[in-house]
Design a binder for this molecule. Structure first.
Ligand code: NAP
Length: 346
């Protein structure tokens, strides 16, 4: 028996914005061998489009994850169903989350670089990647644990209309903070103020961010949650309040360049203002995911935390779908679904 396996391979290292020739679609016949002990054969049903995957496409550098070897399928957080198993913890038919790759099937080690985890009963594949997945959890821990959110303080979030940013911004509002979001375009800014109840929004594509921050935060920014880096991070540094906290979550403005992101200037501001700047990874808080998901569920069910997701279909379209993160055309958590069973909850 063989399985027909479609794969998107990384053909060359992207230079700047992703281009069609960076990837190659191929179809292979894969022998259906029994997995060895500790291995499972997974049929993927959906992939999370995570901006940092673009860093994994670069040559080995300072990314946490291994650089995708040329000629190999593109790495992506994935959910799927076990179709053959050499690990009793993941029997045939069980549903799993893993660091996967852009292909239909993969034989993976269950204790590999990122261990495989089971999906919660009753939660669909899509919700495991989206609503209760890595991005909302990142916004939750980034704001509450790293940012030390405090009622009455001023929070500024960049990438605020996105998956991670909109969670951080709204949890700030729920915790009694005054919240200002920075996003690209009038529609995203209107969604933040009108739907999400954020106090003000700055359209970084048409407005001077530094001047607007100075006008909106006359006493300075207490917590700045940064998804973007570059000039926007600099504008925030220049407007921080004494004792402020800068949460470094991501640097998406530099992911499509070969160069490492530039750091902000004016570090004396941090010294004089006793300001902390801390990076973090969502996975640092894995032991607390259960409590965080319970809190997110309560806020979402009560209509206090608005969640948007952008689920797009089609294996053939995977590179195009992923590119939406970088032109800002995604509205919420971007998920590529490659099989209709992705809505199944068991
Ligand atoms: N530390 C962690 O553990 C962790 C975990 C997950 C995600 N992250 C980081 O969180 C950030 C958001 O990720 P996400 O998955 O939630 O994606 P997202 O915010 O839903 O989508 C990406 C958004 O980034 C904005 N963007 C793209 N290029 C930009 C640029 N050059 N300048 C300013 N904004 C730009 C676009 O929104 P606009 O239309 O507003 O431009 C786009 O919609 C990323 O930096 C990611 O690496 C970190």
């Amino acid at each position: 028996m063989t399985l027909t396996n479609r794969q998107w391979l990384l053909k060359r290292r992207p230079q700047g914005a992703l281009a069609e020739g960076d990837f190659e679609l191929r179809e292979i016949e894969m022998p259906e061998t029994e997995p060895a002990a500790g291995e499972i054969l997974v049929r993927y049903v959906a992939f999370l489009c995570a901006p940092t995957m673009r860093n994994w496409m670069d040559a080995p550098g300072n990314s946490l994850y291994p650089s995708v070897p040329l000629g190999e399928p593109v790495l992506a957080p994935a959910v799927g169903r076990v179709v053959a198993s050499g690990d009793p913890k993941f029997p045939v038919g069980s549903r799993v989350f893993t660091l996967g790759s852009w292909q239909d099937y993969a034989l993976i080690n269950t204790t590999g670089f990122l261990p495989v985890s089971p999906l919660a009963e009753g939660v669909s594949f899509i919700d495991s990647l989206g609503r209760y997945g890595l991005n909302p959890l990142t916004g939750y821990f980034g704001l509450l644990e790293v940012g030390q959110a405090q009622s009455g303080q001023t929070l500024v979030v960049s990438g605020a209309a996105g998956s991670t940013g909109s969670t951080a911004a709204q949890i700030g509002r729920i915790k009694g903070m005054r919240v200002i979001g920075i996003a690209g375009g009038a529609a995203k800014c209107a969604w933040l103020t009108e739907q999400c109840g954020i106090d003000a929004a700055i359209d970084y594509k048409t407005e001077n961010v530094e001047e607007r921050l100075a006008a909106l935060c006359p006493k300075g920014i207490d917590v700045y949650y940064d998804n973007v880096g570059g000039d926007i991070l600099q504008a925030a540094v220049n407007n921080m309040a004494n004792g402020g906290r800068i949460v470094l979550c991501g640097q998406i403005s530099s992911y499509e360049t070969e160069e490492q992101a530039e750091g902000p200037r004016n570090m004396m501001r941090l010294i004089y203002g006793s300001i902390t700047m801390q990076g973090f990874l969502c996975s640092n808080y894995a032991a607390q995911f259960g409590q965080a998901i319970a809190d997110l569920r309560i806020w979402m069910d009560a209509g206090e935390l608005h969640y948007r997701e952008d689920v797009r279909g089609g294996f053939e379209q995977l590179p195009d779908i992923f590119s939406a993160l970088f032109d800002g055309s995604n509205n919420g958590t971007l998920i590529a679904m490659i099989d209709d069973s992705a809505h199944e909850t068991a």
